[in-house]
Unconditional design. Sequence first.
Length: 669
Amino acid sequence: MRLLIRNALVQYGADTILEDIDFEIRGNEKIAVVGRNGCGKTTLLKLISGKISMNNPDSDEKAVFQLSGGQSIGYLEQINFEDKEICAEDEIKKVFSDVYACRDEMREIERSLSEDPNERLINRYAALQKQWDAMNGDSCEREMIVMFQKFGFSREEIRKPMGTFSGGQQTKIAFIKLLLSKPDILLLDEPTNHLDLPSIEWLEDYLKRYEKAVVLVSHDRIFLDRIADVTYEIEYHRIRRYPGNYSAYLEQKEAALLKQEKDYEAQQKEIKRLTEWIEKWKNTPTKVSAARSKRMAIEHMVKIEKPRRFDRTTFRAHFSPKIESFQTVLSARNLKIGYDRELSEVSFELRRGERLAIIGENGKGKSTLLKTLTGQVPALGGEFEYGGNVEAGYFDQQVAVINDMDPEQTVFDNFHDVYPRLTNEQVRSALGAFAFSQEEVERKLGQLSGGERVRLALCKMLFTRPNLLILDEPTNHLDIFGKDSLEQMIQEYSGTVLFVSHDRYFIRRIATQILDFENDSVSFYPWPYEIYLEERKKKLERESSAEIRKAEVKGISEDLPEEDSKTAGQGSLWNTRAELEMIRKNPGKERARIERKITKLEEDLAVSENALQDLKDAYHDPAAAADYEKLGKLQEEIQAEEGRQEELLAAIMEQEEALEDLEQLLGST
């Protein structure tokens, strides 16, 4: 047990934030903490880190906060680098002070041993060597460089002074230092903020392999699913532990609520039955004893609390476009985007009803593309054109959250200034659809959270009922429940959507097409996100195979005499001259080996085809039509079997090509 908290109470003034909290970290668990904005997730992290204390009275002996001896806790707080002139590399290397101290002492002992090789120094050097190995001294700087680049920096930027980095970049550097320090308990509060998709995917893999405990708060549902093996939910100031990731928690919570509802209803029914019997017979002398017994049965019941179903939606806005656009909504041809220099060149066509997700690395021009399409930034070349009847609404999360609005202005007045012709009732109705109650519309803008500002900006934009939504990171600052609401709203929307997002769950639910800013190019994929991932994986594998094949051919050509190099590399199966000589001496053996492999692959393909047909028959069985869970599993199995068939077909083709190459090779001798 790394950490144990029991019966903890946390209050701010008269407000109770956390109550009767039981929390523990066992071994190397990866723990997700979930709940609505403001429920106390960050407060819990501060409690674990020791930044705040429990408010339990001294007389409360049941309260426990126990941290195992020697456990280090790492928590990313507000960033304040004191030395702005120091370069990023030297700032990050402060993490390795113990490593460098060990190295310096080892070097000093090495110098001393050359003059006086005594046993004491030898033993001390051996102990330091073990310490050096435990700290991965040989690889720590290499790990620093890799991590720096994985967070979206170029290799050259590591020599830049800290003062030249933006606030978001400085936060990343602080995050890098935290990860490199490798604390026993790593506390992360929204770690994917400001990271692009490649960085998020790298961080996922890093945290899954992290050899110590992790406690993380995040609104990225895929991130939670892929990392967490335990989930704690904070609700109504209390906390509950669920084994498994975020999806497992949702299933368990729903099952527990359904059971509690049934048990509660059954108990209330029994109480009603007993109460009616008592009322009917309480004044009958022969029934007095029985009535007393039934009354005692009611009193001794362990009362089941009425389930409280937390409303998971934050707004219920439903709207449709005011007018319908023409079939072609937006087209771009060789559109060059950027500011003082070209960032990317983009071509795509967006048709009515499609939802195009723009993804990729930061700094490649995703948001710049939206600003170019909305006329805020001039194009550097190429062209774009809107179709007929297109009315666009643009959401910029930076403007929505960081703006120069009057902090003393109310939500009501801010909306009414944009639509002055509306009546007070119409304004309140519009804001109410985005979860601003009768009281909340009188709140001042300076009191709003980031998520509330996003809701207000969406409300103002969508009130015009555009038929094209252009959205820049719309899920930023929304909690998980807000994201669910936004996803549902867009799924029900009949217009067209063009959006930038790093939220993979949101992309997976919304996108029908993908525009990927990858490396030095922009690729258009006319498929939903899951198919895009499969196709991109195949593309990378093909590129990797081509590079390997090219390297193999080059290696064979360099190793063989000139006459042999003309045929070497044709199959990539025979990589040395010795292998070629053996094949030439006994070509029948090699031919038979390849033919046996082809036969085996064809047999496996036949088995796969039969299995696929059985799965499809089960999927289309009318008896399973209403079993959505079973249908979902069958669909996954069908996709997996289809993928297996593709692999088998590719392997058969590879062996057939190798057989042809063998015949050509033998024919040239």
